[in-house]
Design a protein around this ligand. Sequence first.
Ligand code: AHR
Length: 511
Amino acid sequence: MLYSGIRKINVEKMDVLMGDNVMKAELIVNRYYEIGDVDDRLYSSFAEHIGRVVYEGIYEPGHPEADDMGFRQDVIRMVKQLNIPNVRYPGGNFLSVYDWEDGIGPKSERPVKLNSAWNSIETNQVGIDEFQEWAKRAGASVMMGVNLGTRGVEDACNCLEYCNGTSRTHYADLRRKNGFKEPFGIKTWCLGNEMGGIGQPCRKTPEEYGRLAAETAKMMKRIDPEIELVACGSSHRNMPRFGEWELTVLYHTYPFVDFLSIHQYYEKGSRSTEDYLAKSVDMNRYIKSVAAMCDTIREIKGLDKQMNLSFDEWNVLGKGIKQDGKGVYAPPLFECSYTFEDALVVGCMMITLQNNCDRVKIACLAQLVNAIAPFVTEKKGKLWKQTIFAPFFYSSLFGRGKTLLPIVECDCYSTKEHYNIPYLETSVIHRETEKELVVFAVNRSLAESMELEPVFEHFEGCRLIEQIELYSDDLAETNNADKERVMPNIVSAEQSIILKKHSWNMLRFQY
Ligand code: AHR
């Protein structure tokens, strides 16, 4: 599928040479050095009842694009275009204050409440009844959360029974009464959200949460043994009890859950671009260290099962984000204009997730629409794409298959915050059915273009068939409703592969 509005450009090596210095980078890829299979859910998303994600995002009755249930079809088309397989719901911090029963049954009887996580008005016109239908229409599965903040085990079990119950029991019958004869069949469930987070409603200590999550997990699996459960990890790597949280929670929950969650947002703040672009190296270290903690507990407990990771909130935060809903309906929370520089960091983070696909099986770009999202809806109006849309779009469309180990030979740089950062960030996906290798690559250099020399071992006759680049001279360039200035280009290359300075690229090779 083509990216609407994509431009074609001719890049001759000489054009680049005249304007820039060119460094060299070698990429060696061997067919048999695999990292792992990419789970489709690496390209998941997240829809929280926060700001304008649900209301005015996915749901806007009266909008010219609204369908019979009030869902914006332009948003549904976008979800399909991005091939998003799975969407986490309903929060986020909102989950820790949510009563799921407010959002079921006749809409006219649903209570209007304060969303106390974000100080806004929650009309409950969208709840699990509607959201699972929206997800169906968008071709995605739902990854549901249970409230382990203000609520607890019993409520989690009731919610599961309502959604997945097949017997003639109270909550399954309530679902039937509300018009849903068939169970929703939700497979993956989050045991709360960021339960150790500083601002989390009803925050827990690792010990408190570990015990609660383990007991909830046991009860939920009695009701539906087919479900997968995600226990909360730290809310980010710099949390005061990072590490202690993971080890304690895993100690209690390991036999009963299937994933541990990781969350991380990066922001430019006052740091240099070089440091900002290096943040994916932190992310890589975060993933590796949490995986090591999982393996440590596995060994201590003498178990065989591998604990996988659910990176179910990741993104960058743009400037000027508001977090107080000031008591109104659908306030513009967490909205920002992403820069081109932000898109490069998202590109690097996506590459890092692909290179850790042996442990990270679920990753949710947070969030889906409007709030720190790849696209934005205007009330009663149109929809436009942020700068970060392109790397996510191409990764989701072409980044499925097996990730191969990229051996990179290139120059590195060091900064105040980071040491030995390679200028080239890259991942290689083997799409066997298509006989394709897809290389995602970011040139982190702010000054020099890069000539990439790939060496593909055991791939006879491998040749470049397409190069897509995301580039702007101006790192601060943004998109808006009137103009999507940061757009991908189709590069018609000559013999050598040039990655422009500070650019994101996708290179497709066929063999
Ligand atoms: O995505 C916005 C918020 O960030 C989520 O509600 C919370 O889980 C995280 O801290």
